[in-house]
Design a protein around this ligand. Structure first.
Ligand code: AKG
Ligand code: FE2
Length: 360
């Protein structure tokens, strides 16, 4: 069914949430409202802007972007020296088109970094060493960013635990599942998407972990988020799986960069923790502009061995929620409870699909 842009009801833009109260030890009132805003944003969108302007310096992200560009303009043979195959198949440089989503090559190149492991062994999936470009300052700056994003992850997790009404004991239990995050960081370069390209800059997908913090350069109109809205059918079939499982109602909306903010979205592990109360949201990148776009998503993930299962706090909310009165109302309670998942096992299965030449 073809739908014209003018047919689409105006969907509100994604919420902007200030994290300042959680960065300030004295603002307990502000913390409650930030946590409530996070809860509402996760229920409705699974995607929001996090205003981190008191935590992240604009110069810091500008420098990360500059270093990324310094790498991407290198001759191809220089970049290939860091190819994924020289590590464990997941760490290093993925050339243009190497990343595949929904069976199609994505029109981007990227540097991929994962949490360092003890006793690395590149023959074991995910267990190799990171490959850092020999660009002065690159590793230092990016490692400092990793530390900052890991710390941010713990802060946002605590704020979300509050938003779900978790007790201090419940939060301590959840905290122990993410306090040694098996993080992933991607430094992505997007050339303009050729008009006849069979695929996207980055195909529609859901992030699979816990929290994504995305820094992106100022290019507008590239990142798109699928906002579910009952009654509005824009897409009958999902590219992600059997149509009957994924028929969704909603529309693609732009998530353009806002200075001082990172875009934050929740991954599939939050879906499990909340027994489907929060949903991991589809997004994609369609970069039709003429610039070379750079984005740096940081994936704050659970610990490798974390056993992720529905949280009692989420079940309490579902039990208190009245059943939807019409078929157009989104049910907060899934048909079946979500199954417990060991994060590392889930990750190994997911990542194997992303690379054409994955080392087994
Ligand atoms: O580049 C972006 O804006 C988004 C990238 C993304 O969604 C991902 O790497 O998972
Ligand atoms: Fe993503």
């Amino acid at each position: 069914m073809a739908i014209l842009a003018s047919d689409i009801p105006k969907l509100s833009a994604l919420p902007v949430i200030s994290l300042a109260p959680w960065l300030n030890p004295h603002d307990s009132k502000g913390r409650i409202s930030t946590s409530a805003a996070l809860h509402a944003a996760c229920l409705q969108y699974g995607f929001f802007y996090l205003d981190v302007s008191t935590y992240v310096d604009l110069e810091e992200t500008a420098e990360l972007e500059r270093l990324a560009r310094e790498f991407f303009v290198l001759p191809q043979e220089e970049k290939e020296k860091l190819a994924l195959k020289y590590s464990d198949g997941a760490r290093g440089y993925a050339r243009l088109g190497e990343n595949v989503t929904n069976g199609k090559s994505d029109n981007h190149e990227a540097l991929e970094f994962l949490c360092p492991v003890e006793e690395p062994d590149k023959k074991k999936p995910l267990w190799g060493e990171n490959q850092w470009p020999p660009i002065p300052g690159f590793r230092e700056r990016y490692e400092a960013w990793v530390d900052k994003m890991k710390n941010l992850g713990m802060i946002v997790m605590e704020a979300m635990a509050n938003g779900l009404g978790m007790s201090p004991e419940e939060w301590a239990e959840l905290r122990a599942q993410v306090d040694d995050s098996f993080w992933v960081m991607r430094v992505i370069g997007y050339p303009p998407l050729p008009s006849d390209y069979d695929g996207h800059s980055c195909g529609a997908h859901r992030d699979y972990g816990c929290l994504t913090f995305l820094y992106m350069d100022p290019t507008p109109g590239a990142l798109e988020v699928f906002v579910r809205q009952a009654g509005l059918v824009v897409r009958k079939q999902s590219p992600l799986g059997p149509p009957e499982e994924y028929v969704e109602e909603g529309a693609w909306v732009n998530a353009d960069p806002i200075p001082g903010c990172v875009v934050c979205n929740i991954g599939e592990m939050w879906e499990v923790w909340t027994n489907g109360l929060y949903r991991s949201t589809l997004h994609r990148v369609v970069h039709n502009g003429s610039s070379y776009r750079v984005s740096i998503p940081f994936f704050f993930e659970p610990n490798f061995n974390a056993l992720v299962k529905p949280l009692p706090a989420a079940i309490r909310i579902q039990e208190e929620t009245p059943k939807p009165k019409t078929k157009y109302m989104h049910s907060l309670v899934p048909q079946k409870p979500y199954k417990p998942t060991v994060y590392g096992e889930f990750l190994l299965k997911k990542i194997a699909r992303n690379f054409k030449k994955y080392v087994d």
